[in-house]
Write a protein that binds this ligand. Structure first.
Ligand SMILES: [Zn+2]
Length: 228
């Protein structure tokens, strides 16, 4: 059985990672358009660097939760038949042991060079404008996909959705495209679809089945039902 899992902010929130867009519409006190657009970076790179440097540093104090660990265990059994596509930019899936993870919105622990286009694993700050290890230019930006930019891996994701027997969406609002359209695309190609979310998402009615509650409880129970 081929399974594709989409994860969103809800799974990381249970590890203490602040969710993108809180109820007040702000992200850690910032307007999204001030920190998550190419225009914001061009206008005030130091503000944008400070924001992502703080979030990158904050990863050191969070840990994967039982939902991340359950998905890593599922990969141990399914191997290449499981792909985790995440909207999250933290590295909690990898730290739980998952290796087949596609970060469609980029990664905090990666830097993208605007001069040469190369991506480099990065755990420190970028605000001091360090040189790119590949080309030497001081043009490293956060390797995250901002509003108005194209997500990573869309072709690979579409192929995996089309080939999947089961599509599972975990902890996503169902509000942000293109990810919000994955459920319909997968179902159109014959996959069964399951939502595991704290509350019904905006696209909940598109799923064959939905279970609502904490990811840290729902995901281990679901994995246990597949691979006892
Ligand atoms: Zn470079």
């Amino acid at each position: 059985m081929k399974i594709i899992v989409l994860t969103g902010a809800g799974i990381s929130a249970e590890s203490g990672v602040p969710t993108f867009r809180d109820s007040d519409g702000l992200w850690e006190g910032h307007r999204v358009e001030d920190v998550a657009t190419p225009q914001a970076y061009d206008a005030q790179p130091s503000v944008v660097h400070r924001f992502y440097d703080a979030r990158r540093a904050a990863l050191a104090v969070v840990e994967p939760n039982p939902a991340h660990h359950a998905l890593a265990r599922l990969e141990e059994v399914l191997g290449d038949d499981l792909l985790v596509v995440t909207q999250n930019i933290d590295d909690l899936h990898e730290r739980a042991g998952s290796t087949r993870v596609l970060h469609m919105h980029g990664e905090l622990r990666s830097a993208l060079c605007r001069a040469c286009g190369r991506r480099t694993p990065w755990t420190g700050d970028l605000g001091g404008l360090p040189p790119c290890p590949h080309c030497g230019a001081s043009e490293l930006r956060p390797d995250v996909v901002w509003f108005g930019e194209v997500p990573y891996g869309m072709a690979e994701i579409q192929d995996a959705l089309a080939a999947a027997d089961l599509f599972v969406s975990i902890g996503t609002s169902g509000a942000v495209y293109p990810a919000a359209g994955f459920v319909q695309y997968a179902a159109m190609h014959g996959a069964r679809t399951l939502e595991l979310n704290l509350q019904p998402s905006e696209g909940s009615h598109y799923f064959h089945e939905a279970r609502h509650g904490r990811a840290g409880e729902l995901v281990p129970a679901w994995v246990e039902s597949l691979v006892p």
